[in-house]
Design a protein around this ligand. Structure first.
Ligand code: ATP
Length: 199
């Protein structure tokens, strides 16, 4: 799979609707300082579900919405769509092309769409787990990440290999199952207390 195109509207410095096509292989985004190169990388991370404003180089998610310039008034909504091609190379994809959309309003409301159908963030994250595409996966290597991977703790480096080898999904399923078990055990204990009281 590869990033095929990106559509931005109201995201950071992209006040106008902007369409970018990426060809298979390597793409370089070049331009003068402050023209919005990093904002393009931020948009990819954001549409994949990034929840941490600091990873978007901001204080809050509202900082992702175009906040106006002398010639253009601020917008109330940011929308980014990412089209991914050659998806059938991954086992859990039905279609060859997938379009993800994320929208956020100044009110804080957030919406996600998969091929224009509303969906939950959880569904998107699960779909891309183990594909190498994701906010914490290795499809986005931002400035400083290579240093961090090389010098970070062995457990952090291991996470990169786990994503590549396709076991992240199972580790996540295990974590969720353990959480459910804990909740069930707590419910059982509460039930035992009630039964004791009734007796
Ligand atoms: P450099 O080469 O210096 O790293 P860059 O090309 O990567 O720069 P970016 O960091 O992507 O540039 O973009 C910075 C520009 O985006 C700044 O001019 C900043 O004012 C603008 N910007 C960021 N957030 C918003 C926003 N919410 N609304 C409007 N403009 C924004």
């Amino acid at each position: 799979m590869y990033l095929k195109s990106l559509d931005l509207f109201g995201f950071k410095s992209f006040a106008e609707k902007t369409h970018l096509d990426f060809e298979p292989g390597m793409t370089a985004v070049v331009g003068p300082n402050g023209c919005g190169k990093s904002n393009v990388a931020d948009a990819v991370r954001w549409v994949l579900g990034e929840q941490r404003p600091t990873m978007m180089r901001g204080q809050s998610m509202e900082d992702c919405i175009f906040n106006g310039t002398d010639s253009h008034k601020a917008l109330n909504m940011a929308e980014v769509s990412l089209t991914i091609g050659d998806c059938r190379t991954e086992p859990n994809f039905e279609y060859d092309e997938v379009c993800l959309t994320r929208r956020v309003f100044r009110s804080g409301e957030s919406q996600y769409f998969l091929n224009r159908q509303p969906c939950r963030l959880k569904d998107l994250q699960r779909l891309f787990m183990d594909t190498g595409v994701g906010t914490d996966a290795y499809s986005i290597i931002e400035q400083g990440k290579i240093d961090r991977v090389l010098s970070s703790r062995p457990q952090d480096r291991r996470a990169v290999f786990e994503e590549a080898s396709g076991i992240t999904r199972f580790k996540n399923d295990k974590k969720e199952a353990l959480r459910k078990l804990e909740r069930t055990e707590a419910n059982l204990m509460r039930l035992a207390d009630v039964i004791r009281e009734v007796k």
